[in-house]
Design a protein around this ligand. Structure first.
Ligand SMILES: Cc1cc2nc3c(=O)[nH]c(=O)nc-3n(C[C@H](O)[C@H](O)[C@H](O)COP(=O)(O)OP(=O)(O)OC[C@H]3O[C@@H](n4cnc5c(N)ncnc54)[C@H](O)[C@@H]3O)c2cc1C
Length: 240
């Protein structure tokens, strides 16, 4: 089976192809044709479709696109059209990406250790059945399950989804966060060691967020998927 031998799921949020040419095509479309860059800050917590966020991450992860290229296109957009909190925010998110690379350089293997960079001594569980239910979208928590099914079927999950399923895994189920991170590593089409382990540590309370927070998944679903459209999309999906 070759790398091209797969069918893209019709509901995939990332239906694009690989390579630099496709990356630049997407960038030009997101910035200059649809001008979605101009509303990025308002839409970035979305869950469905191609345009709620830039979708640059898979190309960034495999080196088809660089953060610098994106930065200079943002400057071009600001000079030709307008500068607002959305044009600022896309660059701000790219700085998070850089920051997690810096964290890896600084903390080295600690990013893979159970206590994370804060060397926290929490109690973690390893219940295979519960881990499998999470992986297969069978936890019984519909917002978590819908996101996990999307990941399984497409290799993609929104940032809002990732934060919720990771928090549910590490802070609600108290499962060893590194197992969740390793599953993401095996599935994500935009897997990046620094962003993945940096964000998992952050959400799990062993990384850069000094607050030990737990997402209220039900409240998150009400806020970001109030009509239940995203949950229905994946929970009723029988394709593939
Ligand atoms: C538990 C967890 C695991 C994650 N694992 C990965 C991973 O393996 N690879 C990965 O690229 N991102 C990861 N992220 C960060 C983020 O979810 C994705 O970068 C983002 O959803 C990609 O979609 P986008 O390109 O449309 O992002 P946009 O919202 O359009 O953002 C533009 C770019 O900014 C960067 N960015 C945005 N948010 C973050 C963030 N929280 N941390 C670091 N960089 C960010 C990305 O390079 C992204 O492509 C993870 C987040 C969480 C909570």
């Amino acid at each position: 089976m070759g790398l091209d031998d797969f069918e893209t799921h019709p509901n995939a949020a990332f239906p694009f192809r690989g390579g630099e040419t496709e990356a630049i095509k997407r960038l030009e479309d997101y910035f200059f044709t649809s001008k979605k860059l101009g509303v990025y800050k308002k839409t970035r917590n979305g869950l469905i479709g191609t345009n709620f966020s830039s979708k640059f991450s898979p190309w960034l992860a495999n080196g088809s696109l660089s953060a610098r290229t994106i930065y200079w296109y943002v400057i071009q957009f600001e000079q030709e059209y307008f500068k607002n909190d959305s044009t600022y925010w896309l660059v701000f998110e790219l700085i998070w990406r850089d920051y997690f690379k810096y964290i890896s350089l600084k903390h080295k293997i600690n990013i893979f250790l159970i206590g994370g960079i804060l060397e926290k001594d929490y109690e973690w569980k390893k219940n295979l059945k519960v881990i499998e239910q999470w992986i297969n979208g069978q936890t019984g928590e519909p917002f978590v399950d819908a996101n996990m099914i999307e990941l399984k079927k497409t290799g993609w999950m929104s940032n809002r989804g990732r934060q919720n399923v990771a928090s549910y895994f590490a802070k609600t189920l108290n499962l060893d966060w590194r197992i969740g991170a390793a599953y993401f590593e095996s599935q994500l089409i935009d897997y990046d060691v620094h962003s993945n382990y940096g964000n998992w540590m952050y959400v799990s309370g062993v990384g850069n967020d000094p607050r030990d927070r737990t997402f209220n998944v039900k409240r998150q679903a009400e806020r970001y998927d109030s009509a239940g459209k995203f949950q229905r999309l994946w929970l009723q999906d029988t394709l593939f």
